[in-house]
Design a protein around this ligand. Structure first.
Ligand SMILES: Cc1cc2nc3c(=O)[nH]c(=O)nc-3n(C[C@H](O)[C@H](O)[C@H](O)COP(=O)(O)OP(=O)(O)OC[C@H]3O[C@@H](n4cnc5c(N)ncnc54)[C@H](O)[C@@H]3O)c2cc1C
Length: 397
């Protein structure tokens, strides 16, 4: 755990909410999942079942589900503190962070029946909704070019196509799927014709749905998913047919804020590790941290983390006040991902050769945190968003 985290958190939380009890509960839970646990899973690219089960049992993954549906009904600020704390303790919330926010599309746009049917079971953990099928191999960031189609056939849709990077699909019961229901050339607006489906993967596997794991540089349980004449009941449509792109966009702010909070947690972990090591490692007869060449990069990483943290908190505050937070969520994700990556690099450098040794966990966290300048949205696309929507510059793509 990061030795710098508690004081900084207390000062910041005092400005907004008192999140000390939640943070302490998360830390207590994470203490049962030390570095050895994550290292063993990392070697075999295995899913952290026990960790996810413990977080579910404690109710943390149901933080954003309203109490009327069996969730904890917490604020975005509290949810962000949970994700941040998980990472600051050296754990990896990527295994289950989507269980916290993917249901937001259902909550905001689903029918009363869908919400009653699914949300309590998602809140209890009986059902996992943590697979999000948007990205495709050919369309990439250009979501509107996606090629997976869902064609109406009576009271069903028939789905054909492929998704890539559908993380946790093997560990999820439900998938939120974005597919084209009206050909692009037949829609009036650029963004119309895409529909969101809540696919029950338990029934679909082997009946038109195939999942293939993709081995990546870190343990992320990501996959590619193939649809071959998969029949999905029409009552799996979330909201109105053809308006799915708007629904998916509306969920992205929550995703960005929570992942930004994870990056803050990672940065705290790296800064904490580096500070501790720089204080105890003696070379040339003095602690390496006595050299400004060693202490300045640590201080710089700390400052970068704190600045990013302010933007994460601002984005979360706007989100929970129901205000537009698109710019702040994007900026928070960008600053936090850069801060965690800079802190990761600094931490390896501070540790010298030991930064590369598996038992220090630094190389594992280094690999894990690298993802966030690419996913869920890459740096260039955040910059394009700010250039276009905040600065009013011409759209570049
Ligand atoms: C481990 C992992 C887990 C993921 N999990 C999920 C998931 O669960 N569900 C899901 O739907 N997706 C998921 N993704 C996909 C992720 O959101 C995308 O990888 C990411 O948005 C980038 O898209 P791409 O990989 O297709 O890159 P591309 O769109 O091919 O872009 C490649 C590079 O070119 C840049 N680029 C592209 N167009 C422009 C432009 N116009 N201007 C400037 N630069 C540009 C991008 O910034 C990027 O750096 C995951 C990805 C990874 C690696």
């Amino acid at each position: 755990m990061s030795p710098i985290a508690p004081q900084a958190d207390a000062k910041q939380d005092a400005l907004a909410h008192d999140l000390t009890p939640i943070r302490e509960s998360v830390r207590a839970l994470c203490a049962n999942f030390p570095g050895e646990y994550w290292r063993a899973l990392d070697r075999t690219r295995s899913y952290p079942e026990e960790f996810v089960a413990a977080l579910t049992k404690a109710g943390f993954l149901a933080a954003l589900i309203p109490e009327e549906y069996g969730g904890s009904g917490l604020s975005m600020t509290a949810a962000a503190a949970i994700m941040e704390e998980i990472q600051a303790c050296g754990c990896n919330g990527a295994a289950c962070h989507a269980q916290m926010y993917t249901m937001g599309t259902l909550l905001r746009h689903g029918s009363v029946e869908q919400k009653k049917r699914y949300l309590p079971a998602i809140a209890s953990g009986e059902l996992r909704l943590q697979a999000f099928g948007v990205t495709e191999p050919t369309s990439g960031t250009d979501t509107l070019s996606l090629r997976t189609t869902a064609v109406r056939d009576g009271d069903h849709f028939v789905v054909n196509g492929q998704k890539i990077w559908t993380s946790r699909a093997e560990h999820s019961d439900l998938m939120l799927l974005l597919a084209r229901t009206t050909p692009r050339e037949q829609v009036k607006s650029r963004t119309a014709g895409l529909t969101v489906f809540l696919v029950d993967m338990r029934a679909a596997k082997g009946n038109g749905l195939t999942i293939r794991p993709i081995r990546t540089m870190m343990n992320h349980a990501t996959t590619e998913v193939f649809f071959e004449n998969l029949r999905v009941s029409a009552d799996a449509v979330v909201g109105r047919e053809g308006e799915g792109f708007r629904y998916i966009l509306s969920g992205m702010n929550a995703e960005r804020i929570l992942i930004a909070a994870e990056c803050i947690g990672d940065a705290k972990w790296f800064v904490g590790k580096a500070t501790a090591y720089a204080g105890e490692r003696v070379v040339f007869g003095r602690p390496i941290g006595q050299n400004q060449g060693v202490q300045f990069p640590i201080a710089r990483a700390y400052i970068g983390m704190r600045a990013a943290e302010l933007m994460v908190r601002e984005a979360a505050a706007l989100y929970e006040a129901g205000k537009d937070c698109g710019a702040e969520a994007n900026m928070a994700k960008h600053l936090a991902a850069e801060a965690s990556w800079a802190a990761a690099d600094m931490c390896v450098q501070t540790h010298g050769g030991f930064g590369f040794a598996e038992e220090f966990d630094i190389e594992r966290k280094f690999r894990e945190t690298r993802l966030y300048t690419v996913a869920p949205i890459s740096t260039n696309l955040v910059l394009s968003y700010i250039a276009e929507h905040v600065l009013g510059l011409p759209r570049s793509y």
